[in-house]
Design a protein around this ligand. Structure first.
Ligand SMILES: [Zn+2]
Length: 357
């Protein structure tokens, strides 16, 4: 594992579901502190401001720190945990997945339990499992042990457990949890690291936002601290290069470059800014793709509406199997996204930004 792998391993394996972002925020602070001035909003987002040769334009690069997970609703008398989802889950990806439950007494491994097929009637097997029928087994003898010894109680966070692994012959396929949106966090860190000691005609604000998965909430508060003139949101894209996905659903492929968000349900990007991203990518020989997200929004949905409006575009690193325990990305897409953003920033001076409005 090289430096990039270690960064991605650290960021993806750190737990941090919406409203429990303290630990991932701590890691962001660790990486960003040497690179600029750190500020926070009052919801939990962290911002790192790096002043270049000019205070204008202010460029915000945002990625959300939170991941999807669960919180404990109650413990059954037998010691099993019933839970509520945080973020968009599909119940079919959950049975027999491993999780980590956090409490003031420590961290406790568990598994999402469900009825074995042997005990199901034929028509029961055909039906999708309901989220309400699932539970978590943490190996507690009973409710007293789970609550008193483990310290697990209503509201305890539950996080998917999925170690980072490098796959494939050339080591470029990377498997892990929470690419959505720790890959965005990693891009922000790498861009700010590369800009250290470099000249750029603007001020850059990297922002790790909170609570994106439950409604773009940290974007709404952090943008008021960042006060951007222009914004890039860095997200995980939705790859469609797997069996049974139609071209019309997603034409995005791993290893074919970052995607430019052309639409989602919360934002339409600034079209002149999109053209500028395309031009820059072409000049640098960076491949790029287009993403059309018909359902679901991203942090840009709030950021582009800040004040009287902010020219904004979302740039995504494609990922397979997002919103499940384990996703796969391609390292070239990550590196090309970093390179693209860095070069966009170096070219964005006051005069250019005024042209987008
Ligand atoms: Zn996301």
């Amino acid at each position: 594992m090289d430096k990039i792998d270690l960064l991605l391993k650290d960021l993806t394996e750190t737990p941090g579901i919406s409203s429990f972002e303290d630990r991932i925020k701590g890691r962001m602070r660790y990486y960003l502190s040497p690179l600029g001035e750190i500020t926070c909003d009052k919801l939990g987002s962290i911002l790192c401001e790096k002043r270049g040769e000019s205070s204008y334009p202010r460029i915000m690069i945002a990625g959300h720190m939170d991941e999807i997970g669960f919180i404990v609703k109650y413990v059954t008398d037998e010691g099993f945990l019933k839970f509520a989802p945080i973020g968009g889950w599909w119940s079919q990806v959950l049975p027999s997945q491993r999780v980590m439950v956090y409490s003031k007494n420590g961290e406790f491994p568990g598994v999402v339990g469900s009825k074995p097929p042997h005990l199901m009637l034929p028509d029961e097997r055909e039906k999708p499992v309901k989220l309400d029928d699932l539970f978590i087994d943490v190996g507690a003898k009973n409710r007293e042990e789970a609550e008193n010894d483990f310290g697990i109680k209503p509201g305890s966070p539950v996080v998917p457990w999925s170690p980072y692994q490098v796959m494939g012959k050339d080591g470029k396929f990377l498997m892990g949890k929470a690419w959505d949106d720790r890959i965005g966090c990693a891009v922000i860190i790498r861009v700010l690291e590369d800009l250290k000691g470099e000249r750029h005609p603007n001020t850059v604000i990297g922002a790790g936002t909170v609570q994106e998965e439950v409604g773009l909430r940290g974007a709404e508060t952090s943008v008021k601290v960042a006060k951007p003139d222009i914004a890039f949101v860095v997200e995980s894209g939705i790859a469609g290069d797997t069996p049974n996905v139609k071209k019309d659903e997603s034409d995005v492929k791993l290893g074919k470059g970052p995607t430019i968000g052309m639409m989602d349900s919360s934002m339409l990007p600034n079209r002149k800014l999109v053209e500028f991203v395309e031009e820059t990518a072409r000049e640098l020989g960076i491949p790029y793709q287009y993403e059309f997200m018909l359902r679901g929004g991203e942090d840009g949905g709030r950021i582009h509406l800040y004040n009287s409006g902010v020219p904004t575009v979302t740039i995504n690193v494609p990922a397979r199997y997002i919103h499940s325990h384990t996703g796969v990305i391609h390292r070239d897409d990550f590196e090309n996204t970093v390179k693209l953003l860095e070069n966009l920033i170096k070219r964005l001076n006051a005069e250019k930004v005024l042209r987008f409005i």
